[in-house]
Design a protein around this ligand. Structure first.
Ligand SMILES: [Ca+2]
Length: 212
């Protein structure tokens, strides 16, 4: 190899090493906090398009237990939150589904962990309430550990009251996360009635956008 070819080879090796270091940096930082996960964990998720009827063609996945069929295994249900005989009438998850989660005033529920990427993840669910009073809403939070390992909870959306089952609007998640985590991460989702209404929720979906 002549001197010019050798210099070119060293430059290429240096560029390659720099590139690999950049690729490795997020993983190393994630490992230090113990809360982020590998992108492969997001890539193994089973995706579907449950909101096509509402002209939403995005691919979604579901946290474990988020159809509430046969219970809410792994969910944290507090102060009266309970699985009941009911179901969103569109049956986007399963034609034979027959359970939903009831959330009376003062109750709350937290989902099982779900992996999201840092593209533009959103969440969407079906909900109804027993009153349309404007002071009654359902607050949706995303819960995660930040770069320092501290547990955080940030609001990502509010569901407005309505007595008929309807899909919520897609709620962006990543806006609040970009500066707080470094890569695909496990989050849980919190649901809390605000005001006097009782709520029912069903078929909670997340568009993880782990492929961005
Ligand atoms: Ca259900």
């Amino acid at each position: 190899m002549n001197r010019s070819a050798s210099r070119t080879a060293r430059r290429l090796l240096g560029t390659l090493a720099f590139g690999l270091a950049l690729l490795a940096a997020p993983a190393a930082a994630s490992g230090a906090t113990g809360q982020s996960v590998s992108s492969a964990d997001c890539l193994t998720q089973v995706l579907s398009t449950p909101f096509v009827s509402w002209l939403d063609f995005a691919n979604y996945t579901m946290p474990d237990g988020a159809s509430f069929e046969g219970g809410a295994a792994g969910w944290q249900l507090d102060d009266g939150a309970t699985v009941v005989d009911d179901n969103e009438p569109f049956h986007v998850h399963g034609a034979g589904d027959s359970n939903a989660l009831r959330l009376p005033h003062g109750s709350s529920a937290v989902s099982t962990p779900i992996c999201i990427g840092l593209g533009h993840p959103t969440l969407r669910l079906f909900a109804r309430s027993n009153t349309a009073l404007p002071l009654s809403t359902l607050r949706v939070d995303v819960r995660f550990r930040d770069l320092a390992g501290k547990q955080r909870s940030l609001p990502v959306g509010v569901v407005l009251p309505g007595s008929r089952w309807q899909p919520t609007l897609p709620m962006p998640v990543v806006v609040n996360l970009l500066t707080l985590v470094t890569g695909p991460t496990d989050v849980t989702l919190g649901f809390t009635p605000v005001g006097p209404a009782t709520w029912w929720i069903d078929d909670v979906y997340v568009d993880p956008k782990a492929r961005d």
